[in-house]
Design a protein around this ligand. Structure first.
Ligand code: SAM
Length: 217
């Protein structure tokens, strides 16, 4: 399988007030992070704001609205934090009204270390916190799932699979594989992942992508 989806098709009907903030929390804006941010911007369109960006680079300003301040300060009463360790699961009702869903601009790690809880949830004890199920999505994957839930879809009806393998054949060394131990929403029978990210990680054009189909260790 190869990647590549028309994510502009994600412009589902989810109410005029729907907003998502991606709160940048990594020390650097690496290419990996940037490619996930770009994909999230494709999914969310004008509903997306990037927050906590101290020195906004041109690569980000052209994607969406940028704020230097943290979402926790900008929207102290409307914040709904998406945190894998939250006790309650996100429902369409949670996103009605003025809630602003906050996704951590935090790269995945395996196993997850609960950085969303440390860097966001614990800093805003009055904010609501919600999970998207018992797995770790990428930033753009979390944006896609949140967008669908805002349009009224229940989490359990969104197709998701965990564990991707990227594979490319290099001469003379042979086949190289990269395992991505994260959960990916399935869009048009393919995992939602940035084409640019796949090419960057493999240093090859259009490597093959397969589901791992074995438990992650
Ligand atoms: C790649 S994840 C990083 C998670 C981080 N390693 C942790 O343990 O908290 C990036 C962001 O996507 C969102 N996210 C990913 N999976 C989620 C889940 N199952 N429930 C809620 N939010 C999730 C969170 O906002 C998270 O900060």
């Amino acid at each position: 399988m190869r990647c590549g989806q028309n994510l502009q098709g994600c412009e589902v009907d989810r109410g005029v007030n729907f907003k998502v903030a991606i709160e940048h929390l990594e020390p650097e804006l690496s290419k990996w992070l940037l490619y996930e941010y770009e994909n999230a911007a494709k999914v969310l369109g004008k509903s997306l704001i990037f927050t906590n960006i101290k020195r906004p680079p041109r690569t980000l300003t052209k994607l969406s609205t940028i704020k230097r301040q943290s979402a926790l300060r900008l929207f102290p009463h409307e914040t709904l934090i998406l945190d894998p360790r939250a006790k309650k699961t996100l429902t369409p009702q949670d996103l009605k009204g003025d809630s602003i869903a906050v996704i951590g601009g935090i790269l995945g790690e395996h196993p997850p270390r609960g950085r969303t809880r440390t860097l966001l949830t614990l800093k805003a004890p009055k904010a609501k916190a919600r999970n998207l199920g018992n797995w770790q999505f990428t930033i753009d994957g979390a944006a896609y799932v949140t967008n669908l839930i805002a349009s009224g879809k229940k989490l359990e009806l969104i197709p998701v699979k965990c564990g991707l393998v990227l594979r490319a054949n290099f001469k003379p060394s042979g086949v190289h594989e990269v395992l991505l131990p994260y959960a990916y929403p399935i869009v048009a029978n393919k995992p939602l992942i940035s084409n640019k990210l796949v090419n960057y990680l493999m240093n090859a054009k259009n490597p093959k992508i397969a589901w791992r189909n074995r438990p992650l260790v």
